[in-house]
Design a protein around this ligand. Structure first.
Ligand code: SF4
Ligand code: SF4
Length: 102
């Protein structure tokens, strides 16, 4: 599994849900508590949800899926601006577009 939600850490705040450009995240009620779930088939591994989660509840193993077929990404470049160690939000949108192009 390339991306997962740590249900112990997740507080169901919905920040990841709002940040996902793919509509891959749902907030479900499990045993009376809200928890995030990710539809692996919709996820493009942009990382936006992980960046938006203040509880470090999302883990992404980008190596597993995003780069399983490097040939498909040949010739596609994305430049990301990083300020004070924080990646600009626009970079995640660009990564999503790049994966669609690949
Ligand atoms: S942002 Fe983090 S804590 Fe909030 S719902 Fe998503 S995974 Fe859970
Ligand atoms: S990595 Fe991107 S596409 Fe996947 S669930 Fe998170 S925000 Fe959505």
């Amino acid at each position: 599994m390339g991306i997962s939600v740590n249900k112990e850490k997740c507080v169901g705040c919905g920040a990841c849900y709002r940040s996902c450009p793919q509509g891959a995240i749902t907030i479900d009620t499990v045993e009376g508590r809200k928890k995030a779930s990710i539809d692996q088939s919709k996820c493009v591994y942009c990382g936006s949800c992980k960046s938006s989660c203040r509880f470090s509840a999302i883990d992404i193993d980008a190596q597993k899926k995003a780069f399983s077929n490097k040939e498909a990404y040949k010739g596609i470049w994305v430049y990301a601006e990083i300020n004070n160690g924080k990646t600009d939000e626009s970079a995640f949108e660009l990564l999503t577009k790049a994966r669609v192009l690949a």
